[in-house]
Design a protein around this ligand. Structure first.
Ligand SMILES: Nc1ncnc2c1ncn2[C@@H]1O[C@H](COP(=O)(O)OP(=O)(O)OP(=O)(O)O)[C@@H](O)[C@H]1O
Length: 287
């Protein structure tokens, strides 16, 4: 059971604007324009949008890595300008960099020390995170030999090491194959179970659909749609009825019933629901 959620939002972004200065003679570039959003404690919030729409810049502002041109951001009620606001935050950047000569275990010890962890507590936690992320067997191997999926999972282990209440994940499954992506998806769902708030971006929309409670869609630096996933993707005037083992006779009867008593309702389509290419890939690959 996750711990009870706090009423203080995990993240607030209030009227954030970020203008990057360009080189001499070039016009400044507005990467984020008057953006506002709230991530509630305990939820998984997905930020999606085309390349260059300002997702990473927004995340960096929340983490205090980018100074807003105007507006403000907070983490658990503290301004992102305060170092203290980052104490309970873990971050997986878009392309995490690790020292190639260290092995997985040493990498986590290195990051743990940066978070003021030490001794047996750090060692035990590093081992625990390697186990949770499925890297136990690779703990002694140099990071230079890790696959893309393993590196992303090591990045997640690093982000979670100091038991943060919020994790910010910038494209955690970028370049990872479907099976590896699924592992990462399951890890994110596990974080949510523990009551950890997750702010995540990804271009893999199907996966976002599987993990996110709420979604914000950005375009050209602005929020263009935001809401609970179920509400955003529900087709309001359609109702789905999925039958197993229905005979052709039963289907004909249902059609006839809709035609005679439907009062304007009609069957829009009927046929076999399709699986997704991802599910098919995993089924076949796992076999
Ligand atoms: N330090 C910077 N200086 C100048 N321009 C920048 C800087 N950082 C980002 N930008 C520009 O701001 C815009 C938004 O970039 P950002 O990385 O936030 O987009 P994104 O939505 O995360 O994109 P992607 O999906 O490709 O990761 C882009 O046009 C980018 O080139």
């Amino acid at each position: 059971m996750p711990p009870p959620a706090s009423t203080t939002p995990a993240v607030t972004v209030e009227n954030l604007t970020k203008v990057f200065k360009a080189g001499l003679g070039k016009a400044p570039f507005t990467a984020v324009r008057d953006l506002s959003l709230t991530v509630n404690d305990g939820e998984v919030y997905g930020l999606i949008g085309p390349n260059g729409c300002g997702k990473s810049t927004t995340m960096k502002a929340i983490l205090g890595l980018v100074t807003p041109t105007s507006g403000r951001t907070t983490v658990f009620g503290k301004s992102s300008t305060e170092v203290e606001s980052r104490r309970d935050v873990g971050f997986l950047p878009e392309n995490p960099y690790f020292y190639k000569h260290l092995n997985g275990f040493e990498t986590l010890l290195f990051y743990g020390r940066l978070c003021s962890m030490s001794g047996a507590v750090l060692k035990d936690r590093a081992k625990e995170m390697l186990a949770i992320t499925g890297l136990e067997d690779a703990a002694d191997r140099r990071v230079s030999g890790y696959s893309k999926g393993m590196l992303q999972r090591l990045g997640l282990a690093q982000a979670l090491l100091h038991r943060p209440r919020l994790v910010v994940l910038d494209e955690p499954t970028a370049g990872v194959d479907p099976a590896g992506s699924r592992k990462i998806r399951d890890l994110i769902l596990g974080f949510k179970e523990q009551g950890i708030t997750v702010l995540v971006t990804s271009h893999l929309l199907e996966q976002m659909q599987e993990v996110c409670d709420r979604i914000g869609i950005m375009a050209h630096g602005q929020m263009v749609r935001e809401g609970h996933l179920d509400e955003l993707i529900a087709v309001e005037n359609e109702t789905e009825l999925v039958l197993a083992d229905a005979s052709p006779e039963l289907l004909a009867e249902i059609r006839a019933l809709v035609e005679s008593k439907g009062q304007g309702a009609k069957v829009v389509r009927s046929g076999h629901p399709r699986t997704t290419l991802e599910k098919l890939f995993l089924e076949v690959a796992e076999k």
